[in-house]
Design a protein around this ligand. Structure first.
Ligand SMILES: [Zn+2]
Ligand SMILES: [Zn+2]
Length: 172
């Protein structure tokens, strides 16, 4: 007799976030986020266009070209990036569809490290812990500094393998 493998809570909730991310219709990025209080799931969200509005699968991505500062071999360089701005980010949808009272003292599990805007909003949302898996280096330095000064636990789930069928190649 073998004892059935039992998921720890971090894996359990991160797996749910990855399952939720498969609802996204943006071909560039699938992001899922869940709100957890204690061991209770209180909300789920993914990145997508507003309800009733054509999404990326119908209308195509809405590409915005932006120049961003990157350090390449120790040299600061302006790099042109393309980003899809059609979708509301998963973390922002999570805030739109949950109540403040449910967020107080709660944890957010999100498949991808939050961008600056989402991190800023989460920092003001009542949550006390944010756990992500895939790194998003663009904003990581200022996001980490802000979370530290706000006293919000901000951590990457290391050694984690997302459920295979949930993973989409991420384009930048
Ligand atoms: Zn898109
Ligand atoms: Zn974001």
């Amino acid at each position: 007799m073998t004892i059935a493998y039992r998921k720890d809570w971090d894996t359990y909730f991160m797996d749910i976030a990855f399952m939720v991310s498969t609802r996204s219709r943006c071909p560039r990025r699938h992001v899922g986020a869940v709100l957890v209080q204690g061991k209770k799931l209180l909300g789920t969200a993914y990145n997508g266009a507003p309800m009733g509005v054509p999404d990326c699968s119908e209308a195509g991505c809405m590409i915005s070209e932006q120049y961003e500062l990157e350090i390449v071999d120790g040299v600061e360089t302006m790099v042109k990036k393309q980003r899809c701005i059609r979708t509301i980010h998963a973390e922002q949808n999570l805030l739109l569809f949950t109540d403040r009272i449910d967020r107080e003292g709660s944890t957010v599990y999100v498949t991808d490290e939050p961008c600056w805007t989402c991190a800023n909003m989460l920092a003001n949302s009542g949550v006390v812990e944010i756990v992500y898996h895939r790194s998003y280096p663009k904003d990581t330095e200022k996001v980490r500094a802000m979370m530290a000064s706000k006293g919000i636990e901000f951590r990457r789930l290391e050694g984690y393998e997302p459920p295979r069928e949930t993973v989409l190649g991420v384009s930048d």
